[in-house]
Design a protein. Structure first.
Length: 279
């Protein structure tokens, strides 16, 4: 099995470059922000960071495909880099420091039912094999490579291994989510509210952060009702390499269902039973 460590090192280099670009414009009074057709904001920093990452990947991995939030798909092949230049753009443009660059490498046919990450599947059989989540305004970074575990720190040489919690009862569990409106729009609000009444604690952290806290063991469950692949790919490999589970609300492993549920693994089926009783 490939070890993906060279790709992980490259992902860190890409994240370093993106951190410099995004921090340079964070809280800038003249930051330019536009509204995309889906009515979500995009800043000049989103575009600049993605352009920077694409340029470096084009030189370092010219045969690999690239999928990014701002500029779509480029290239074909069995390896695909998936980029969210700023996950949490609404926070970024308001000066809230909870945002991150998400970089993942997905590979076709990399799934193996006996592997620690599980057999992620999609229409093309792509599985996340590398993920870096870099939040420079928080001075935090998390990463993982398939079969090598998940870590947090400021560099590969200065890191602590991540491990999910061992909480085994919903009444002792901490549950994180993004917002109430999405659950209502997707017709899942009743199940969501039912879950919040069963757990010990709820917090609306949102975006990448609750998934990283699941990987760290400080949160036990998190879920979001509507997401894109670039919102999930890097988070998925970090959570699973930390020993957790990452699926869609339908229970399908990996970041392919258009929504997400992540947990310490022990409580995952109960999480899904509440959020998608129809499955």
């Amino acid at each position: 099995m490939p070890d993906y460590l060279d790709d992980l090192r490259l992902a860190h280099v890409l994240a370093d470059a993106a951190d410099a670009a995004t921090m340079d414009r964070f809280k800038a009074l003249d930051l330019k922000v536009e509204t995309k057709p889906d009515m979500t904001p995009v800043s000049e920093a989103d575009k600049a960071a993605e352009e920077l990452i694409r340029g470096q990947l084009g030189r370092a991995r010219p045969r690999d495909a690239i999928l990014g939030e701002e500029y779509g798909i480029q290239g074909t092949g069995p390896r695909r880099w998936v980029i969210d230049p700023i996950d949490g753009t609404k926070n970024y443009v308001r000066g809230v420091p909870v945002w991150a660059t998400l970089i993942s490498l997905m590979e076709a046919g990399a799934g193996d039912a006996s592997s620690r990450t599980g057999a992620f599947e999609s229409a093309g059989g792509f599985e996340p094999v590398v993920g870096v989540v870099s939040a420079p305004a928080l001075n935090r970074r998390w990463w993982a490579a398939k079969g090598h575990g998940a870590f947090t720190g400021r560099s590969l040489s200065s890191a602590s291994r991540l491990r999910v919690s061992g909480v085994s009862r919903l009444s002792d569990a901490s549950f994180a989510y993004s917002s109430l409106s999405g659950w209502e729009e997707q017709g899942r609000l009743d199940g969501f509210l039912g879950l919040t009444r069963k757990v010990w604690r709820t917090r609306g952290y949102g975006d990448f952060w609750p998934y990283m806290m699941v990987a760290e063991g400080s949160v036990d469950l998190c879920a979001e009702p509507e997401l894109s692949l670039w919102d999930m790919a890097a988070n998925a490999i970090v959570v699973t390499e930390a020993g957790g589970r990452f699926t869609g609300l339908d229970g399908r492993p990996g970041p392919h269902s258009g929504n997400a549920a992540a947990s310490n693994g022990i409580l995952h089926d109960e999480l899904l039973d509440h959020l998608d009783p129809r499955r």
